[in-house]
Write a protein that binds this ligand. Structure first.
Ligand code: ADP
Ligand code: SF4
Length: 690
């Protein structure tokens, strides 16, 4: 297949200072959860994107000095020459595929905790930018930078830029955004200085200008200097000369950097999930930049559609299509467009599981792309997989995310695959959950896989086929894979951590009952003991249906876990907007005659009651593993039928997020012919030579 000429513009080279990007696909700096501690993993995670056609591949934030340390979050660093080697590994990997490598040099100023290095934070005026944001509270406050500090601050950037050049990087960033060092000088409410670095806008931009010019002088012959700049806050600051201070800063520095990388000041807003923003949502904060500079402009927008990308370029919004999440979900997105295979793009669903990986301080993982983070450790490639034996038959029972991914990957390997699904529709939980408010993109988990599977001659799909253990036995397959999912129970844990039940009233519902068509009578009390999206999404759904809704939870926030994937603020705002009531820090301990008994999580265990028409328990999920258990309990029966292996995968094995189910299905497909063990013991691990 060949490329659709409509997309030719995306494959034009773009000059960036002294270097040239081979196309407009630009993998923006983003944290990977590896830091310098996992150089092989990092190099492989970046390399695969260069291989997949991204013309520029950047590191995540890279500290230039120990006074900027984000521990325990895994940032990378270029503190001294010893740090060059681990970066060179990534640069070489990226260069092998003809892409440019960039490094996001970073000093966090007061926006970082320095928990590991224990150096005082520094900032323009000693005002700590993030100190009021609960998740990032530091006990320390920053100190104002004196002139010597400013001189050193500039020198650290230059030294790091030289090291970056030694590592082979082609693009070197200065980070004047997102509440980090130089950005704090730009904001009038954080910069109260009375010297030449404070006061007028010209003075507040002085440090940023100086650093860009210093870096240009030091490495500008060889490397492009990119300026990463946040516009959203400064767009609201009026200026006498132009529409806003953001406009004025860009005009003043217009031709100083070689590249403008424009973004939001808030990671939470910038990475808003698909539940809250559409593709291209950054346009209001980056579309004004291009008319103010002749230098190329890059920005993000969770772009997965080549038409949307072309539109950005043609309408003069962006020169380079920046991507973090779309490149995680599909490292080969550019190649697929180039080869006319757009319908094979594994589109990001905007769920932000990747973000949670970084917050967990582990390599980012992805709902759509189970190989992300496993490229080096398990040698999983996002597009390639070892061929299997076409005469070996595999029966997969259940076509949710786990079963579909397993079927897709086994089909790709060439096995003779049969996929049986009880329902008429494929997709299991994603088909159901994608009907919830804001979750429509989740259907992409199903669509990407069914699209590929349906074109495979070696995968047969049987819909409307509820299989029993005897059916599996009668099928006489070589391998049986049970992917029958999980269900919501009415079980929750008590104040003492014991499972409690006793919610048998017909006024008590589970999410599965709502999905099956039940219409709980309002007012509805939702007890959220799950803490991810389900409680909040069902609250939205029932509110849309006109019910009065109250969410009760023992946590201190709605969907408390979503702090990890940057959704919590948006969810809270949505609840307020829709008039959904919230009651925090209460256990549900009983339900009788339309009244829920609530017990405080605190030591006094004070008890109260709340009247409601219905109680919806978003409680504990339990595996639907009866089929697996029955088959697993009779090894002779399996052996007699010639079944060489039996496995359970996905929620049937251990209920979790969709990402876990996809991963489990993929792992099964990779290892089905590798013997009994599904537990990888031969992972690559970085080893120290002492
Ligand atoms: P996962 O997230 O692990 O993929 P899901 O709950 O999304 O799990 O999907 C499980 C699928 O298995 C559902 O579509 C369900 O209809 C199907 N299923 C459950 N039991 C059987 C069975 N005995 N035979 C065929 N399909 C089944
Ligand atoms: Fe997109 Fe979700 Fe994958 Fe992140 S985890 S890249 S948001 S699909």
């Amino acid at each position: 297949m060949s490329r659709n000429p409509r997309y030719d513009i995306l494959f034009e080279p773009v000059r960036i200072g002294p270097v040239t990007a081979p196309n407009r696909f630009y993998c923006t700096p983003h944290a990977l959860g590896t830091g310098n501690m996992m150089p092989h993993t990092r190099a492989a995670m970046r390399e695969v994107r260069a291989e997949g056609g991204w013309g520029v591949v950047n590191t995540g934030y890279c500290s230039i000095h120990p006074s900027s340390d984000d521990a325990p979050l895994p940032n990378c660093r270029l503190w001294d020459d010893e740090d060059i080697r681990v970066h060179a590994m990534m640069v070489d990997a990226v260069h092998r595929h003809g892409a440019l490598a960039g490094v996001e040099l970073w000093h966090g100023g007061s926006g970082t905790g320095n928990r590991l290095t224990r150096m005082p934070q520094m900032s323009a005026s000693g005002i700590s930018s993030d100190s009021t944001y609960p998740g990032w509270i530091n006990l320390t406050r920053s100190r104002p930078m004196d002139k010597q500090d400013i001189r050193e601050f500039r020198r650290w950037h230059v030294d790091a830029a030289k090291r970056a050049r030694s590592a082979g990087f082609n693009i070197v960033y200065i980070y004047a955004g997102m509440n980090f060092g130089p950005y704090q000088f730009l904001l009038p409410w954080l910069n109260k200085r009375t010297d030449e670095y404070g006061g007028s806008l010209q003075n507040r931009t002085r440090l940023t200008r100086e650093i860009v010019e210093d870096m240009k002088e030091a490495v500008g012959q060889d490397c492009a200097i990119a300026l990463r700049f946040s516009t959203d806050e400064l767009l609201k600051v009026p200026s006498q000369a132009m529409e806003s201070e953001a406009h004025e800063i860009i005009s003043m520095l217009s031709e100083v950097p070689d590249l403008w990388d424009v973004k939001s000041s808030s990671w939470v807003r910038e990475t808003a999930s698909a539940r809250f923003t559409e593709q291209g949502a950054q346009e209001p904060i980056n579309s004004f930049v291009k008319p103010l500079t002749t230098k190329p402009v890059v920005g993000v927008g969770r772009f997965t559609s080549p038409d949307a990308m072309v539109s950005q370029v043609k309408r003069g919004i962006l020169d380079l299509i920046g991507a973090a999440r779309p490149s995680i979900a599909d490292p080969f997105l550019p190649s697929k467009i180039n080869e006319g295979r757009e319908d094979e793009i594994r589109e990001c669903i905007g769920c932000n599981i990747c973000v949670s990986g970084y917050h967990d301080c582990v390599p980012v993982r992805c709902t759509q792309n189970p190989t992300m983070g496993e490229e080096w450790r398990r040698k999983w490639h996002p597009e390639r997989i070892a061929a299997g034996d076409p005469d070996t038959s595999v029966l997969i029972v259940g076509a949710g995310p786990a079963g579909l991914e397993c079927a897709r990957a086994l089909g790709q390997r060439g096995f003779a695959v049969t996929l049986a699904e009880a329902r008429d529709e494929l997709g299991g939980r994603v088909t159901i959950e994608s009907t919830l408010p804001g979750l429509a993109t989740w259907a992409r988990v199903r669509d990407y896989r069914t699209n590929l599977i349906q074109a495979m001659g070696n995968v047969d799909i049987y819909r409307g086929s509820l299989l029993s253990a005897q059916d599996v036995i009668d099928f006489e397959c070589d391998h049986a894979v049970i992917a029958t999912g999980a269900g919501w129970t009415r079980e929750i844990l008590s104040t003492d951590g014991y499972a409690i039940s006793g919610f048998g009233s017909d006024r008590v519902f589970t999410p599965d009952q709502v999905f099956a068509g039940a219409e709980p009578e309002g007012p509805v009390l939702i007890y959220d003991f799950d803490h991810y999206y389900m409680g909040g999404c069902l609250a939205e759904l029932l509110r849309q249906r006109g019910c009065e809704v109250t969410i009760v939870t023992p946590a201190n926030a709605v969907s408390a876990w979503t702090f990890m994937n940057n959704e919590s603020v948006n969810i809270r705002e949505r609840m307020i907007e829709l008039g959904i009531n919230t009651v925090f820090e209460q256990f549900l301990t009983g339900f009788k005659n339309g009244s829920a008994e609530l017990t405080s999580i605190y030591a006094d265990r004070s008890v109260s009651s709340r009247d409601c028409g219905s109680l919806l328990i978003v409680g504990i999920r339990q595996a639907n593993d009866e089929l697996f258990q029955e088959l697993n309990s009779d090894a002779d029966r399996l052996a007699d039928a010639g079944v060489r292996s039996l496995r359970s995968i996905g929620d049937c094995r251990a209920p979790g997020a969709i990402a876990h189910a996809v991963y489990s299905g993929h792992e099964c497909a990779r290892t089905i012919d590798a013997g009994d063990s599904v537990t990888p013991i031969a992972w690559e691990r970085p080893r120290l030579s002492l």
